[in-house]
Ligand binder design. Structure first.
Ligand code: DON
Length: 304
């Protein structure tokens, strides 16, 4: 029997002794004010007891982690036709690069880089009656938590400075891969990225990906095939140009965000969410990566 409480406490103690060489994201000004002196971890086990350590109750900006939730919603609405508008290959590039998008004529490499997530946002705007409200209701439903919300200050902050995302969206538009107006699509995209959750809420929102498409409220949202595909995309594309490293060190499907969150999961077993705002040069949480590596090494519980 693994003593999960001890494992999480050990990881927390070990990380306190490591110098955090990461840096808080500052290209979205509102994120720059978050204290780097934070570390939270929450282990959500399927039908078993949960465990936590550190600042797991503090809410943070989930940023790119939201791309998995928007993909899940879009896939459940439009099915496999989504793959006519984006690919499922790792990009090996940073999350906001433009060169591949131009070379590949407006077809994003995958739904987890910014270009792919912007096309997913376009699909949701076309499909949902009240996109921002309906998507928030979807996330709240998945996590069984009506207190989850967008942080308007973070959304406004990114709207004022997200020039690369505007460039991406206009490039997509020029290739005919965006049906709605750029401003409308990016307003939705900046809001989805500005969702705030703590480690527990994030693990709850991702419960369905470890539980065969069935969420915390016991409702089926995705087919088994759709869950298989989303988890495969998280494994191969969830960490951008560090996806290989994450699979190598941690061995789980997962997704990071520039708010410092990471969520990863072992199908049918658990979801593990971490938060530490200092980012490594690839834009992934420095201490979060370390925590996840230690967890799967100590417990032996990875997909490999
Ligand atoms: O679009 C952006 O740049 C941010 N809203 C999200 C980027 C992000 O979280 C990348 N993940 N590591």
């Amino acid at each position: 029997m693994i003593d999960y409480k001890q494992v999480l406490e050990d990881i927390h103690t070990e990380l306190l002794g490591i110098e955090d060489t990461g840096e808080v994201a500052s290209y979205i000004p509102e994120l720059a004010s978050v204290s780097q002196d934070n570390f939270g971890i929450y282990l959500n086990r399927i039908n078993e007891e949960n465990y936590c350590a550190g600042n797991w109750k503090t809410r943070f900006s989930v940023q790119s982690i939201s791309k998995v939730l928007s993909l899940a919603k879009a896939l459940s609405l439009v099915g496999t036709s989504i793959w006519n508008r984006m690919d499922v290959e790792p990009s090996g590039d940073p999350f906001n690069h433009l060169s591949l998008l131009e070379m590949e004529e407006g077809i994003p490499r995958n739904p987890l880089i910014n270009a792919g997530a912007i096309v997913v946002a376009d699909i949701l705007i076309s499909e949902l009656k009240n996109p921002k409200e309906d998507f928030l209701a979807y996330v709240r439903g998945l996590a069984n938590d009506a207190t989850i919300n967008y942080n308007e200050r973070v959304a406004t902050s990114e709207k004022a400075t997200g020039f690369k995302n505007y460039a991406t969206a206009y490039l997509l538009k020029s290739f005919g891969n965006l049906n709605n107006p750029v401003d409308q699509v990016l307003d939705f995209y900046f809001h989805q990225c500005a969702l705030e959750m703590n480690c527990e809420q994030l693990s709850n929102a991702f419960y369905l990906f470890a539980n065969r498409g069935i969420c915390m409220r016991n409702k089926a949202h995705l087919t088994l095939t759709q869950v298989k595909r989303i988890n495969a995309i998280m494994l191969t594309c969830g960490f951008y140009d560090e996806a290989g490293e994450f699979a190598f060190e941690v061995g789980l499907p997962g997704k990071s965000g520039v708010g410092g969150g990471i969520v990863a999961l072992l199908p049918n077993e658990y979801i593990l969410a971490t938060w530490a705002p200092g980012l490594n040069p690839k834009g992934n949480s420095y201490l979060g990566m370390q925590a996840l590596e230690r967890f799967t090494t100590k417990t032996g519980a990875s997909i490999f």
